[in-house]
Design a protein around this ligand. Sequence first.
Ligand SMILES: Cc1cc2nc3c(=O)[nH]c(=O)nc-3n(C[C@H](O)[C@H](O)[C@H](O)COP(=O)(O)OP(=O)(O)OC[C@H]3O[C@@H](n4cnc5c(N)ncnc54)[C@H](O)[C@@H]3O)c2cc1C
Length: 396
Amino acid sequence: MAEIAIVGGGPSGSLCGEQLARAGHQVLILDEHLAWEKPCGGGLTHKALEAYPFLRENAHPKKVVRDVELISSDGQRVLLQMSHPIVVYSRAVLNGLLLDRAAHSGCRVLQSHVTAIDTDSRRPRYCAGGQWHSADFLVLAAGARNSLFPETRPFEPAELEMTQGYFVPVSRDGIQIKFLPQFEGYIWSFPRNDHLSVGICGNMAAHTSNELRLHLHEFLGREKISTEGARFYSHVLPSPQERTLSQRPVVGRNWALIGDAAAWVDPLTGEGLFYAMRSGELLGSSLAEGAPEKYPARVKAAFSADLEFASRIVRRFYRGTFLGVAVTTHLVQLMRRSSVLRQLMSDLFSGTQDYRSLKRRLWGHLGISVSEFISNVLNLEQPASAVTCAGSDTAD
Ligand SMILES: Cc1cc2nc3c(=O)[nH]c(=O)nc-3n(C[C@H](O)[C@H](O)[C@H](O)COP(=O)(O)OP(=O)(O)OC[C@H]3O[C@@H](n4cnc5c(N)ncnc54)[C@H](O)[C@@H]3O)c2cc1C
């Protein structure tokens, strides 16, 4: 039985703790806030709900959403009716649920701010409440906005997205996603049980916070969403590049990173909750076997190869043009005409379709012009090297 300290009790830390406690280890989870309203959309895709059915089957308040409206930068709209709905949680509720499960499985959960760590000695140490403590292994699950990165580098601005948003006290039913001209990111509006989480994300190296604020307020005005009584939030979100995912170390002899701290986020959609939980679970099972070194390969097999694929196409997706029209606008236009493409996008959105096996599905199911557009945008033959879309120009 090993003593394991987990810094951060968000989705990644809680799932990891639960796994380890069930395997008989002595686990301490330290979180400065415990169950809090972490800035987030709170949307869980079908793949997360399939992997963790308890997230669907419980009495906690949550919103089941079937309609997703995509809006192009020039205001064209298309509605996706999801055969696999998205479930939207308030993060205070979600974090509370996951921390309760960790505590019930035997973890000790403590509200405490960890100010420093030291992984030089055989037993790693962490400083909390002004005192140093040691453990057999240290799991760092403290999210993207922290500086506790042992033997590895912090994120660079190009590897992060800035986010801003509001928790608005209104009730809505559908999700909205709005693309913006020449903008690496998007605006979202996610309805929750008793409020709306509406916000914007944009690459930190490419956009300023002022730019984000202006775009968001223009959207709020256009969609008639009042910010009266709303609570403002801002946070950072990893937007991993290919090298972030393939080169940045996530495990050492007595420490490991999980969730946002490891940059396990889809750079195209910003989905991080599923990857946080899955990475926590995979590290938990590797550690429980006494083999933490197996963790990176397990993550690669489970999902990070797909995230690497997404990181290669993200720029072209948001900033590229096809036949003189923004890729995102072209996509909305084609979806308005093709129900098969709408189904494909719903499946990508819900996580039942991954990026890497997209090619197999394209030809034969979609018309030639749609297939050509998508495989050119994604550059399915050579995603790593090419910058421009064939038969098109790009924004750069
Ligand atoms: C605005 C926004 C919208 C998003 N929307 C979605 C969405 O709709 N769907 C989706 O799948 N993903 C979304 N994400 C991503 C998702 O929020 C993250 O991927 C997910 O929260 C990562 O979980 P985590 O456990 O790794 O980190 P976190 O959830 O960030 O948890 C880290 C925990 O560590 C604690 N902590 C930090 N530092 C310390 C310290 N020094 N000492 C003690 N405790 C510490 C914090 O209190 C926190 O509870 C969004 C992100 C943002 C910023």
